[in-house]
Design a binder for this molecule. Structure first.
Ligand code: PRP
Ligand code: URA
Length: 213
């Protein structure tokens, strides 16, 4: 059995229930988009469980107490275009002060190698935590290349959040970026000859944006 020390599969019943709806070939674009957001929220909750907090004074209607807050502007969301865009709004609702960077990559359909076309992230500094968002981790080429670019630009604390992963993608992340924890809703069986995850959910970008067929 292959061990995946940097992988967390979020097995919560809510996540698994929503994943079954998401995978269904008959789920229409509108519902698919909604489910991607809901599952991304639940995964982001797990992926930020160890965030630093600081004490804050609060006056309740009855008395003063010390509460807890997450220091502002620490989180940077980094969707991998296109499909990662489907996860941004939902996660940004949890972290309203988060910056958002964008990494444009697509897979060459023949070679399955990632082709880079865009990179823009907010300025570094202030102990930032980067949450890289992409629904699919298949060969791992796209996520690994995106994270390599992020590191080249100076990012240090990075987590990857995906909805569905396949073993080759998890293994590539472990080999290339063992310092980056990966959070997923499902670890599926394998890739087919076109690099699609089985059983998977099909082409995430096409299903999110209605560009299928
Ligand atoms: C999909 C997906 C990932 C990538 C995963 O993007 O959103 O970015 O494939 O595959 P990999 O792990 O083998 O690299 P795609 O290339 O289809 O681009 P799109 O989101 O623009 O449709
Ligand atoms: N990209 C997708 O959108 N789906 C897969 O199954 C693999 C890569």
């Amino acid at each position: 059995m292959v061990s995946h020390p940097n992988l967390t599969v979020v097995a919560h019943p809510l996540v698994q229930h929503k994943m079954a709806l998401l995978r269904d070939v008959d789920t229409p674009t509108r519902e698919f988009r909604h489910l991607v957001g809901e599952i991304a929220t639940l995964l982001a909750y797990e992926a930020t469980r160890d965030l630093d907090t600081e004490p804050v004074e609060v006056w309740t209607p009855l008395e003063r107490m010390m509460g807890t807050r997450i220091p502002g502007d620490r989180i940077v969301l980094v969707p991998i275009l296109r499909a990662g865009l489907g996860m941004v709004d939902a996660v940004a609702a949890l972290f309203p002060n988060a910056g958002v960077g964008h990494i444009g990559l697509y897979r060459n359909e023949e070679t399955l190698e990632p082709v880079s076309y865009y990179f823009k992230i907010p300025p570094l500094g202030g102990d930032k935590r980067y949450l890289v968002l992409d629904p699919m981790l298949a060969t791992g080429g796209s996520a690994s290349a995106a994270i390599a670019k992020l590191k080249e630009s100076g990012a240090e604390t990075i987590r990857l959040i995906c909805l569905v992963a396949a073993p080759p993608g998890v293994e590539k992340m472990q080999a290339d970026h063992p310092d980056v924890p990966v959070f997923v809703a499902a670890l599926d069986r394998e890739l087919n000859e076109h690099g699609y995850i089985l059983p998977g959910l099909g082409d995430a970008g096409d299903r999110l944006f209605g560009t299928e067929g």
